[in-house]
Design a protein around this ligand. Structure first.
Ligand code: ATP
Ligand code: MG
Length: 597
């Protein structure tokens, strides 16, 4: 370890794992005064102000254009007080659902934290959603208040406002002199200015609903996962032991708060540590990102595999053109992080790159690589102290195999894959899928929460992602995980991204088919095709290597950046594309830049 680096928050992993109790993690938080429970915003904001750290910058906002804007912990305390009071003035009761539809602007953060302070439920909607996905989620979530910008309101909400029956109020960020005239519309600034700056948080039992998050819709229709205020202990604890957050850090989570990572780690976790968190309004652009790392002296950076693969595509020289001397840690979540990407980023930035696994349903990081432990490129790491993870056997239909007593079989031999499951009961576990009780119950088997992902464990207890349950390929009796095949393909110097599917075949059940995108400037010819095939066979062996490799311009991604294999498959087989509300299209990506404001 370099001498100027602080000691990691997590010392020896094994010791922590043996001795950890969740009570220990709770001791890092304050709880509401007089034992009135736990409120996420109190832990993230107010307690720092009360402890005399009100002047510290909590959020540093980098607008697309123009100078940074700082919000201190004192500013955030006051603005969220005002927001909570404004909700009360509008007649919103605790438990009411408040949604945001906005780009990464400061008022989104005020609305999120103000909502939680008021005991209402915060639901982020991704700003690039079109009118239909917005309507679906507002209906499903019975959203009462929508906080949005005049521009997004005009382009995506106004025409359907009368059909959005649950909406009682729309709070517009910024100016509203756009000729809108409707009693449901309010100017957020005006509301906040006239609201009382003092607010006393009502008693909040830890089980009080706090967040409603829609999943990414990677494998089907998005589901609404409900989380409670007590989840904050996981946000705080994982921020400490995985992201290694310390009060002097400048932390940057690149995820949009429209998704769970952008809320758990883009809003809540960093603030519970009293540090300065960067919010960048802009989207990925290598030059902008590297300047941000340099100018803001970012110390801990939480990003995603697609972003790292895009950086790889731009190349190491662009990284080297900037200083990133302050950076001490990089972490990644959302999709499997190919070993090649781990090694590339570690070399390019000179810091550990920690892949970690979790889901909307788990509310926070569950399996991770840690600063104090050797990173195995390609592995998602080991379960968080306090989390028991297991690999459960599945039957031929893909269901968890149960014995005569209804008990699942926990696979103990290393190397055999099965369904990744977690022992239920950790604080940030989701408490329900909205309006889908049966689906929620089905996710639990004999005290295990079954994730729907397939994984295996090695001899040292490291977990390796095999694939999403629905994406796994069965070929001639083998179970093939797309991740393994994709990782091997992107090791080829011409390939930047790969998506792998199973294609039905009369003889072997399914054959492996790969779609790859190439680095800029590569000539596509038969030599290249042959070379790709050769590379794949050499790395994977004939049984696992793709039978077909198709070179494409781009792969379909969700708006949260994940490869949508189910769509690749549907298109390949000419099937119905299913729910594509979270699909990112080229046009939408371009349009987003325009519409976000
Ligand atoms: P849906 O459930 O609607 O299909 P989704 O599962 O993509 O969408 P999220 O909850 O955002 O929605 O994503 C969680 C999933 O992302 C995990 O179940 C896993 O498949 C994948 N994932 C996240 N992090 C990792 C990781 N580090 N390695 C491998 N896979 C990961
Ligand atoms: Mg999922």
């Amino acid at each position: 370890m370099a001498p100027h680096l602080p000691a990691p928050n997590l010392g020896d992993y094994e010791t922590a794992r043996e001795s950890f109790q969740w009570d220990q993690a709770w001791s890092g938080l304050d709880g509401l005064p007089d034992g009135a429970g736990v409120n996420i915003t109190y832990e993230a904001v107010d307690r720092h102000m009360r402890a005399g750290r009100g002047d510290k910058v909590a959020l540093r906002w980098l607008p697309r254009r123009g100078d940074p804007v700082d919000l201190t912990y004192a500013d955030l305390t006051e603005r969220t007080n005002r927001f909570a009071n404004a909700l009360a003035t509008l007649g919103c009761r605790p438990g009411a659902r408040i949604a945001t539809l906005a780009g990464r602007v400061p008022d989104l953060y005020v609305a999120a934290l103000g909502t939680l302070k008021a005991g209402a439920v915060f639901t982020p909607l991704f700003s690039a959603f079109g009118p239909e996905p917005i309507r679906q989620r507002i209906d499903l979530g019975s959203i009462e208040v929508l906080v949005t910008t005049p521009r997004l309101f005009k382009s995506k909400v106004r025409a359907q406002l009368d059909e959005l029956h649950s909406i009682r109020h729309v709070l517009l960020i910024g100016t509203t002199d756009d000729g809108f005239d409707d009693p449901r519309l309010h100017n957020l600034d005006t509301l906040l200015t006239s609201a009382d700056p003092e607010y006393t948080i009502a008693p909040t039992p830890a089980e009080t609903p706090a967040l409603l998050h829609f999943t990414s819709g990677t494998t089907g229709k998005p589901k609404g996962a409900v989380h409670v205020h007590g989840a904050v202990v996981t946000h705080y604890y994982t921020g400490s032991v995985v992201l290694d957050l310390q009060p002097d850090d400048v932390f940057w989570c690149t995820a949009d708060p429209g998704w769970v990572t952008g809320t758990s780690y883009g809003i809540i976790s960093p603030l519970t540590h009293g540090l300065t968190s960067i919010i960048d309004e802009g989207d990925f652009e290598a030059e902008r990102w590297y300047s941000t790392l340099e100018e803001q002296r970012v110390t801990v950076w939480y990003t995603a595999p697609t972003a790292i693969r895009m950086m790889m595509r731009v190349g190491e020289e662009a990284v080297a053109a900037h200083s990133h001397a302050s950076l001490r840690l990089m972490a990644s979540v959302g999709e499997p992080l190919n070993p090649e990407a781990v090694v590339w980023a570690r070399n390019a930035f000179g810091v550990p790159v920690l892949d970690n696994w979790w889901q909307t349903e788990t509310g926070g990081i569950m399996i991770a690589n840690y600063r104090s432990m050797d990173v195995r490129p390609g592995s998602m790491g080991r379960p968080l102290p306090g989390i028991e993870a297991g690999i459960l056997a599945r039957n031929q239909f893909g269901d968890i195999e149960l014995d005569g007593d209804g008990k699942p079989t926990v696979i103990t031999d290393t190397g055999t894959s099965g369904e990744l499951a977690l022992r239920a009961g950790w604080p940030s576990m989701f408490r329900g899928y909205l309006n889908q009780r049966e689906r929620y119950d089905k996710a639990f088997v004999d005290g295990w929460y079954c994730s729907g992902d397939l994984a295996r464990v090695d001899d040292d207890g490291y977990f390796w992602f095999v694939g999403r349950g629905d994406d796994v390929i069965k070929s001639a009796g083998h179970l093939i995980g797309p991740f393994e095949v994709e990782s091997a393909l992107i090791e080829h110097p011409s390939v930047t991204e790969a998506g792998v599917i199973g294609k039905p075949d009369d003889t072997v059940g399914e054959i492996v088919k790969a779609f790859v995108t190439l680095r800029p400037g590569i000539t596509i010819d038969n030599d290249l095709r042959t070379d790709l095939m050769k590379h794949a066979r050499m790395r994977l062996g004939a049984a696992v290597a793709p039978r077909e490799i198709e070179i494409v311009d781009s792969l379909p991604h969700t708006r949260s950046g994940k490869i949508m294999r189910r769509l690749l498959k549907a298109r390949e087989l000419g099937l119905d594309e299913g729910d594509i509300s979270t699909l990112e299209t080229q046009d939408q990506a371009l349009e987003r830049d325009e519409n976000d404001r």
